[in-house]
Design a protein around this ligand. Structure first.
Ligand SMILES: NC(=O)c1ccc[n+]([C@@H]2O[C@H](COP(=O)([O-])OP(=O)(O)OC[C@H]3O[C@@H](n4cnc5c(N)ncnc54)[C@H](O)[C@@H]3O)[C@@H](O)[C@H]2O)c1
Length: 338
């Protein structure tokens, strides 16, 4: 049985409390939130669970094995650093930090201390994305050419980070995981309509190795909730729609190809297209956050784990490059290699 503390019990942290309490091998001993009014509500909601305002109490408690950080992004670096220094394992919400220097420092600390540092890139535990990963590995749709992602809704609107750090983080983590690499360059533009210097909508283009391109449109200022990715390969195509609860992935035997051999210029110009069957593969439908948290508990037992600090630092490097590109009006920025 692992004993946990959840730090930051707002919208998302409350889901961690519910799920870790429902898993057979964990119990949540302490909730930490620095907002007194919220803490009072948490006391009523989770009776019998210790509720404190300062993480220091958790860090002194020898019974706590691991700390789950679900506070705003700007607080992650300090809270993760203090937790690792106190010898705790950490599951931190995405993104791990605001800068790659901060993220790298945390990865080094976890390595030195021999502690688990996992980051809540929850889409790595989403059944539909896992299906896309299988598809990329089997090369059923041929050589990957490009991805296009849309992640929009009206709200929730944040003021501490922009739509890239809040929303596009998910798509960057998905693409880095599917391709097992990080982008070489990132170009991005963003527009702040509601609050100064907090971009509500961002358009990000990332160039990965071997000519694969990934585009992201992310916005919390949009009439429609969309969570979609189109994947285009040389032999077929696939779509993922997270809001399709029964068949989120569709694989299309569909595509276009220039004639490889041609006799004259007219034939050279000919592109042949095919439009075959659509397959709807079975996708394991389970709550991704529950799968992720179960995975964290297995990591605490020494099993290899997904979405570790190294991976999360790579996502932060891409976000940082996107921020630099936005500041330069969309000019491509090279992603620093670690
Ligand atoms: N994986 C996902 O799909 C997903 C979804 C939503 C949010 N998140 C992440 O979860 C984190 C929190 O987001 P949220 O939507 O729950 O925000 P929220 O504002 O609803 O909750 C944050 C909570 O943290 C508390 N807090 C702030 N500073 C603190 C500190 N120093 N110590 C303790 N508590 C502190 C606040 O009082 C608040 O209750 C963010 O990093 C966000 O990116 C992830």
């Amino acid at each position: 049985m692992k004993t946990l503390a959840i730090v930051g019990c707002g919208h998302w942290g409350s889901n961690h409390v519910r799920l870790f309490n429902s898993l057979p091998k964990s119990r949540v001993k302490t909730l930490v939130d620095n907002d007194g009014a919220r803490l009072a509500r948490l006391r009523d909601q989770f009776m019998g669970t210790q509720c404190v305002q300062d993480i220091a109490e958790v860090l002194r408690d020898p019974e706590i094995d691991a700390v789950v950080i679900a506070s705003p992004t700007g607080t992650h670096h300090r809270l993760v650093r203090d937790s690792l220094s106190a010898g705790k394992h950490v599951l931190c919400e995405k993104p791990l930090a605001k800068t790659s220097d901060e993220a790298d420092e945390l990865v080094e600390m976890a390595g030195r201390a021999g502690r688990v540092l996992m980051v809540g890139h929850v889409f790595l535990f989403n059944g539909g994305i896992i299906k896309l990963k299988e598809l990329c590995q089997t090369e059923e749709i041929g050589k990957l050419q490009y991805f296009a992602a849309s992640r929009t809704n009206l709200g929730p609107i944040r003021s501490d980070v922009n739509a890239a750090y809040d929303l596009a983080t998910h798509d960057i983590s998905i693409f880095n995981w599917l391709l097992e690499s990080e982008p070489e360059t990132v170009s991005a533009t963003g527009h702040a309509y509601l609050q100064p210097r907090v971009e509500d909508v961002v358009f990000i283009a990332m160039q990965y190795p071997q000519g694969v391109v990934a585009n992201i449109r992310a916005s919390w200022l949009d009439p429609k909730k969309v969570r979609q990715i189109s994947t285009v390969g040389s032999k077929g195509m696939a779509t993922w729609d997270d809001l399709d609860l029964t068949t989120p992935v569709a694989i299309y035997d569909k595509g276009a190809m220039a004639e490889p051999d041609y006799k004259d210029y007219a034939e050279f110009l000919r592109i042949s297209m095919w439009d075959g069957d659509v397959r709807l593969p079975r996708v394991k439908l389970a709550e991704p956050l529950s799968i992720q948290n179960q995975h964290f508990l297995e990591a605490l037992d020494g099993k290899p784990y997904r979405s570790d600090g190294h991976f999360a630092a790579g996502v932060v490097r891409s976000l940082e490059a996107a921020a630099k590109s936005m500041a330069r009006g969309g000019a491509p920025v090279t992603v620093q290699k670690k």
